[in-house]
Design a protein around this ligand. Structure first.
Ligand code: PLP
Length: 394
């Protein structure tokens, strides 16, 4: 294993603080490192591997597509992207889909669409975007500017002009910031990287009517909390508030790189041919992966599984909170859950890995749980037992 890590260090750019293991294969909700050690995976590629590993339909359908057509330009129509869009549109409040390859690109597309809309409808100066403190929207220049956390922006000045930051879940703060040049407000319905902080339903409802009154584009960034994570296909459904635009990625491809930006017709109309594009966007393999994920979520009981397992998992975390004073709060919905501790989580995360459980921090003192959506109660118990044991040592 160390030999692989040494080789990696020589040739992979130093942008991650990797854990000292090399993962080689997976099955269901487990992964194995290259020395054969098995881990229970509550990370799932950071909320990506919705169907876990080696799902037979996933492997079968992508392989079949690979035998037909691995890629062609968006200058031609492709069946998988049309079919995937139909499923997305039929099961949401949106009318049109734009494909790209990652979460940052999906948010980037949402920003560009909103600017086009603002300028077209309200004039050349209508390009300002309001975003939330503690948010995370990606690492491109536009999305890192939209991200409301300084630590991701250090070293990249000058950032993009036209962004302002308000406190999450604070309506007065937001209302004060809105002006005639505001083209969009962007919100994660559940802040993921910022520490699993859900929005309040009443807050989102007020934001919706603020946007309606001022014809401002409401963007929900559901890159992490969308695609079944909350137990609903889209997180907005959980809060009963319909955005104009949503960004998706992560779980959508179940491990195949894909991003998507969905919009209602009136907003989607702001894009015309040539306004935005992506060579790989709508790739037939990625869209086939997306089709398998959505079919399983919608028609094979996975959404119901998330609702049931999410409830069970949260109950187990609350039991741990009752046992350990160090757990300040349990947060989240479905299978995007977090516990806030009164200390740094780094050593706990490392110790859990040693004990064969993969978990992840979200900020300094929050442990996040985003396992594959196919997880069962026995596997949750297995993870909770390890966590309980590890917490007992701190
Ligand atoms: C809410 C949110 N938006 C955007 C992104 C960026 O996604 P990607 O890393 O695929 O570019 C992330 C990634 O964690 C995210 O959680």
């Amino acid at each position: 294993m160390n030999e692989w890590i040494e080789r990696g260090k020589k040739v992979i750019m130093n942008t991650y603080n990797q854990f000292p293991i090399v993962l080689e294969k997976g099955d269901g909700v487990h992964v194995w490192d290259c020395e054969g050690k098995k881990y229970l995976d509550f990370v799932a590629g950071i909320a990506v591997n919705a169907l876990g590993y080696k799902n037979s339909d996933y492997v079968k359908d992508i392989t079949a597509q690979l035998m037909k057509l691995q890629h062609c330009s968006n200058l031609y129509w492709m069946m998988p992207s049309i079919e995937l869009s139909e499923i997305l549109v039929q099961n949401s409040c949106f009318d049109k889909v734009f494909y790209c390859n990652s979460g940052a690109e999906a948010v980037e597309a949402a920003i560009k669409l909103s600017k086009k809309y603002g300028k077209k409808v309200h004039g050349e100066n209508c390009y300002e975007i309001i975003t939330m403190k503690k948010s995370f929207h990606g690492r491109t220049m536009a999305t890192v500017t939209a991200t409301g956390q300084l630590k991701y922006q250090v070293g990249y000045n000058p950032l993009l002009p036209g962004f302002s930051y308000v406190e999450f879940n604070n309506y007065n703060d937001l209302e004060k910031m809105v002006c005639e040049d505001t083209c969009a407000i962007i919100i994660e319905p559940i802040q993921g990287e910022g520490g699993i902080h859900p929005a309040e339903k009443s807050y989102l409802q007020k934001v919706r009517s603020l946007c309606d009154r001022n014809d401002i584009v409401l963007i929900f960034d559901e890159v992490q909390c969308g695609i079944g994570r909350t137990g609903e296909l889209f997180a907005y459904q959980l809060f009963d508030v319909k955005p104009d635009v949503v960004s998706l990625a992560k779980g959508l491809g179940g491990g195949f790189p894909i991003g998507a930006m969905l919009a209602t017709q009136s907003k989607a109309n702001a894009f015309q041919p040539g306004d935005h594009a992506s060579t790989f966007g709508g790739n037939p393999l990625a869209c086939t992966a997306g089709k398998v994920v959505l079919k399983k979520l919608l028609y094979e009981g996975i959404l119901e599984n998330v609702q049931k397992r999410g409830k069970y998992f949260k109950e187990k975390l609350i039991e741990l909170q009752e046992k350990y004073d160090m757990i300040k709060e349990v947060r989240g919905y479905g299978l995007i859950l977090g516990i806030e501790l009164n200390c740094s989580v780094k050593d706990i995360v490392n110790k859990c890995m040693e004990e064969s459980l993969l978990i992840l921090g979200a900020g300094e003192n929050v442990i996040r749980f985003v396992p594959p959506l196919i997880i069962n109660n026995k596997e949750i118990d297995e993870g909770i037992t390890i966590l309980d044991d590890v917490l007992g040592q701190f």
